[in-house]
Design a protein around this ligand. Sequence first.
Ligand code: GLY
Ligand code: MN
Ligand code: MN
Length: 379
Amino acid sequence: MPLPLSADLSSRHTRVRRTLDVLNLDALVITNTTNIRYLSNHAGSAGILVVTADAMHLLIDFRYEEAARTLQASSSACPSLRTWPVPASYDEALLSCLTEIGATRVGFEAAHVTVARHDWLVRSAAARGQGMTFRSTERVVEALRVVKDAAETAMLRESAGRLTKVASTAVRAVRAGVTERAVAAVIEAAMREAGYERQAFDTIVASGPNAALPHYRAGDRILEAGDVVVLDFGGVLDGYCCDLTRTVSVGTPTADALRVHQAVRDAQQAAIAAVRPGVAASAVDAAARTVLEARGLGQAFGHGTGHGLGLDVHEEPRVTRPQPDVQPTLLEAGMVFTVEPGAYLPGWGGVRIEDDVLVTENGCEVLTSVPYDLLPLTH
Ligand code: GLY
Ligand code: MN
Ligand code: MN
């Protein structure tokens, strides 16, 4: 898949620049590397982007200069880009850039700047004596990223779609006598084979009682007949993350496994059916929770129903119970998130089922396409 084109970036720039006006800023300093990528296509692991009304100033060191030149010669070049070398310290280079462009009202991303870094910038700017002030901003770029544009939707669809084949390999790797880590290794090799550049998170293979731990990873437990096994994995394709969970049985599923699995699947279907524009994200959570409560599994579902997916594997919107003092998130067409209810019973195990959905004008499109059976594996 190609990177977003210059025209895609232009419309992102228009929206971020509106915030400069609203917040009365000369410049907004972006230090979060994911946000830098979203606005510029530059995907280095270091860098600073300074957004102003007429330019995108990218501060990068020698390691990324050649990649930046290549990108700028392509159809995915960042419009109005001006690159600034960073000979030594990024923050020294930032102050020099801000001074040279005459920015005095400077916003920074409060969630992505350490207190130490903030203090240094304020002290060093004061020492320059040019009246530069640093103002805290929240969620400026994240608020744009929550609704995906067409380029992102295409990438997320492709990223999620490639999990079909990986999941088939994953399910076939589950058998008595192998360790959780061996199953995880098969899944991770299948993700590479499918073309993902990396894993979106540490693969989870949680068997038997370990399946009661929602964020277990994969250990040396050997799978046994009758185990329920939670398989949770996802990859990153051209920067965009996918995330899938299926729960399977080693051999013939027990009656308890079938009952809990059916309850979680029904909860997930209810949640997916609730997804449409204008609905509160918390209503999607409530749809899943209501089903599990009715089956006596309300206490066993202790996490939220889903999270946004995009350049980060956990981003907005959060699909959770209503949070005190937090404005409810209303779903909009173009949002992409997981729907992943679960039930966790300490000592017994657990079940989670997770798919990725795109909110459409009338409801949603499920981007992942993998069978749901609690498979009675016979091999
Ligand atoms: N594996 C992390 C998640 O599903 O959110
Ligand atoms: Mn997951
Ligand atoms: Mn997830």
